[in-house]
Design a protein around this ligand. Sequence first.
Ligand code: 2M8
Ligand code: MG
Ligand code: MG
Length: 262
Amino acid sequence: YLVFTDLDGTLLNHHDYSFAEAAEALSFLQKKSIPLIIVTSKTFAEVKLLQEKLNIKCPFIVENGAGIFIPSASPIASSVDCDDPYIKITQAQTYLELRIFFKKVQREYTIRGFGDMQVKEVMELTSLDEASAINAMKRDFTEPFILEGEVDIEALKKEAMKEGLDIVKGGRFFHLVSKGQDKAYAMKHLTHLFEEFLDKKMRMIALGDSANDFTMLKAADIGVLIPLHDGTYADIADKTVMKSPYAGPKGWNKTLMEILDV
Ligand code: 2M8
Ligand code: MG
Ligand code: MG
């Protein structure tokens, strides 16, 4: 198995970003050496720190699928001799390109992105502490944004598509992303690398709670939809996806333990 997981509202509690309730399943994965692959809207800087807290050194996927990072010390990277601590795989447009588009459409749409905000504002919107908010603002590929007043998000999406971009919805924010560079795409890409390296077929388990996770949940062998913090489920039109009974890390833990038959 490879376990792919979203963070906010999935492995991390929506309110305080804690993963304490997932301790049991986390240590089971460690014990069995099952790779835990983070697939998130968060940035490289945010995930790097979290990996240290989780004490894992697995490859990970940042900014909604835009970037895959493989620690150069991991076995899967052993065929290359690399000075950088991480090998980066990406086909996404850069943050600069996205910001140029963003500025242009701001003439017509009342949207406000992380690039327009001070650290304080990001802290207020996310309840992240200062250091974490600063890390969330270190974007390489995608722009989280909020709507101010009436915004025709479908029309904006069409504008984005014309430039090879797209808009997806996370837990708190909309995200301007590169078209096709989504969580499912990155998950499949990384799984393929594992399969080539290990020379065997891997089964993908994927867990997530929001619309930006749907492609990944559908593409996995086992997709798990975690309920939102209010107990309701995001509206996924797929009967093959399992529904976890509890929100956040509690549901993550329970459902993963069931799947792994512990
Ligand atoms: C943003 O992502 C979340 C994930 O679903 C959201 O849209 O609510 C990202 O910008 C991420 O970098 C940040 O840590 C997070 C904080 O809530 O928000
Ligand atoms: Mg989430
Ligand atoms: Mg997410």
